[in-house]
Design a protein around this ligand. Structure first.
Ligand SMILES: C[S@@+](CC[C@H](N)C(=O)[O-])C[C@H]1O[C@@H](n2cnc3c(N)ncnc32)[C@H](O)[C@@H]1O
Length: 214
């Protein structure tokens, strides 16, 4: 389903593997998000909302958010990614980077009104890891907070079965099973993950989720 394998992120919740990926490959998925994400953010969480960009990679989305007036904290558990994100970000930009594992229950970062994962949940290889990640998002945003998710969408059961590498293509049901213990769905759309034809224009799920009060 992926047109260009260099745009395929590994399936892993392991920081060392991600360091290796950033050392050895070009991050083929790294680009500004398409306009649909800006439209959803403006509708549900207009600037200057405080946003946590979870799994920020090289910081491209974090800088894109700051350019739109958001106050951004961005985290990643890959040392390589955070070093490069800091290097690419002007000192004047409203972005603060943190090196941390978002799934660490002892993480000091929580209670953000808005959290974003673009291409992170879909790196979880199993249902259990998707649940672990969703639970981490619930801690990150706290009761009433919003989670904007962008990740690979299997458009049929067949698509979900027919995959060998790259992101985990989940059906809507698989996605909802992972997030529903903590979140209510406010919006669910399918649109291209990225902007580059034949490289990152594969189908992605754009979800806006609200953390339930209890
Ligand atoms: C496919 S990349 C997406 C990067 C960026 N969000 C983007 O859209 O270009 C996934 C990123 O999530 C990070 N990541 C995965 N699991 C993580 C975790 N548990 N805590 C923090 N970062 C994580 C990886 O290191 C990697 O940089």
């Amino acid at each position: 389903m992926l047109h260009d394998e260099s745009a395929a992120p590994p399936r892993s919740l392991n920081a060392a593997e991600w360091d290796h990926t950033y050392d050895r490959t070009v991050a083929g998925w790294d680009e500004e998000p398409p306009p649909v994400l800006g439209v959803l953010l403006a509708a549900y969480a207009p600037p200057p909302a405080r946003i946590m960009d979870v799994g920020c990679g090289l910081g491209t989305t974090a800088r894109w958010l700051a350019d739109r007036g958001y106050t951004v904290t961005a985290c990643d558990f890959s040392t390589r990614a955070i070093e490069e994100a800091r290097r690419r970000t002007p000192a004047t930009a409203a972005v603060r980077y943190e090196l941390l594992d978002a799934t660490d229950p002892a993480s000091p970062l929580h209670a953000f009104p808005v959290v974003l994962d673009r291409g992170v949940l879909h790196t979880c290889p199993t249902d259990g890891e998707r649940r672990t990640f969703a639970a981490a998002m619930s801690r990150m945003c706290g009761p009433g907070g919003l989670w904007f998710h962008v990740g690979a969408a299997a458009l049929s059961e067949e698509d979900a079965l027919n995959q060998s590498r790259g992101p985990s293509w989940t059906t809507e049901k698989t996605f909802l099973d992972a997030v529903s213990p903590w979140f209510t769905v406010l919006a669910l759309h399918t649109a291209d993950f990225g902007r580059r034809p034949g490289v990152t224009d594969w189908p992605a799920r754009y979800a806006v989720l609200r953390r339930r009060a209890t």
